[in-house]
Design a protein around this ligand. Structure first.
Ligand code: GLY
Length: 395
């Protein structure tokens, strides 16, 4: 990193500076600006990031995992907000977000998968969630393109989808309409003065001053120079490769809802958009910052998706892409104030960034205005990872 011994003083000051213009940074900036805070975003390509790759499943119920019941509460709160959130964004910006209340079908291909899905069903019911067990025949009646070998499945009508690329574009427009200022460059380091975050310095050496800084740089959040070590979020990149196929009109409706399964231990999902796009995801690889699309990744996705829906091999393959999920130690996001005055986090959303966008915007705006997280977001304070919290013995 280069040094900037003499910073150019700048007229760029705001109440809030958001570092990172992916969907999480944008929703934070938009909601902050709506609360009357003068807000700026620094990002070379706002609206980019993992949302350009993500499939956009809003899968609070089908992505429930043992040990993640606290996260479930936040996921469900955000899923509940989606209809009003999407309607507000569309009314404001004119962007159609591709929000589709199509539901999800999670299916089992063999006896082990079926046992695993049965357990998930039990956990869902214990958690008060709605899902319905279907036989293989009932699954195929709903989705005739499914493989004949499907042994059963879970129908979850409440797990919807949105097109994350459209969401990013709409949030960008909403920010612009709300007067958010964009600095289209890299934040090179955080500025800390008298033990308080007071802004960031850009790659060009321009200082962007701010009353509060929100670090919302996705998987990059853990490596912004200037952030003290004990505050730096423990976020790591988790690569996901995703394919896009096109469903020609003669095959429509190829699938009428999201279809997913665990094949040989890997998650595979097929998300059908209303515009004929079929998104197939996703690998999950801990390979640092690598975003290469590999033959192996594409092969594994096509092989597993083909096992689920054999007809996909007829479809044109239109895009292959890899992105980086911001993984955190407990798979949950880090939201709100840190131990460093003036610095807040909105990162670590891992597999749930698109789903958690509405609730993150609300939580961060609340924290920026009041200094505290709202009730539903309190378990996700970054302070849970401070040395003191981690060494605390349970009573
Ligand atoms: N939530 C889907 C994924 O991360 O692959």
């Amino acid at each position: 990193m280069s040094e900037h011994p003499t910073l150019r003083t700048s007229e760029h000051t705001s109440d809030v500076l958001v570092v990172g213009g992916g969907i999480i940074g944008l929703v934070t900036a938009w909601r902050a600006a709506q609360r009357g805070l003068a807000t700026a975003v620094v990002d070379p390509e706002p609206g980019g990031g993992a949302a350009q790759v993500a499939a956009g499943m809003l899968a609070a119920v089908t992505e429930l995992h043992y040990g993640e019941q606290t996260l479930l509460g936040l996921n469900v709160a955000s899923a509940d907000r989606y209809p009003a959130f999407a309607a507000e964004l569309t009314d404001l910006t004119g962007h159609d977000l591709g929000y589709r209340r199509c539901g999800t079908l999670a299916v089992a291909l063999d006896a082990d998968d079926r046992a695993h899905l049965r357990e998930l069903h039990t956990l869902q019911r214990q958690s008060g969630l709605e899902s319905e067990w279907l036989s293989g025949r009932e699954c195929r009646r709903l989705e005739p393109m499914l493989a004949p070998g499907v042994r059963g499945g879970l129908r979850v009508d409440g797990d919807h989808q949105i097109d994350p690329r459209r969401l990013a574009a709409a949030l960008l427009s909403a920010c612009e309409l709300a007067g958010v200022v964009f600095h289209r460059t890299w934040a090179e380091r955080l500025v800390v003065e008298r033990e308080r975050a007071t802004g960031a310095v850009t790659r060009e050496g321009v200082r962007l001053g701010a009353g509060q800084v929100v670090l919302a740089a996705g998987s990059l959040s853990g490596r912004l120079p200037g952030v003290p070590d004990d505050v730096l979020p423990p976020v790591r990149p988790v690569k996901g490769e995703v394919l896009r196929l096109a469903v020609p009109a003669r095959y429509a409706p190829f699938l009428s809802r999201t279809v997913r399964a665990v094949v040989r231990g890997s998650h595979v999902y097929l998300v059908p958009r209303e515009n004929g796009e079929l998104v197939v995801g996703a690998t999950s690889e801990e390979l640092g910052w690598d975003t290469t699309v590999t033959a192996g990744g594409v092969y594994a996705l096509l092989r597993d998706a083909h096992e689920l829906v054999p007809g996909i091999t007829e479809l044109p393959l239109t895009e292959t892409r890899a992105g980086l999920r911001p993984g955190s130690p407990d798979n949950a996001p880090l939201l709100g104030p840190t131990e460093l005055d003036g610095l807040l986090l909105a990162t670590g959303h891992y597999r749930n960034g698109v789903l958690l966008t509405p609730v993150t915007g609300d939580a961060l705006a609340h924290a920026l205005v009041t200094g505290e997280l709202p009730e539903e977001a309190r378990p996700f304070t970054p302070r849970r990872f401070t040395a003191a919290a981690l060494t605390e013995q349970p009573a």
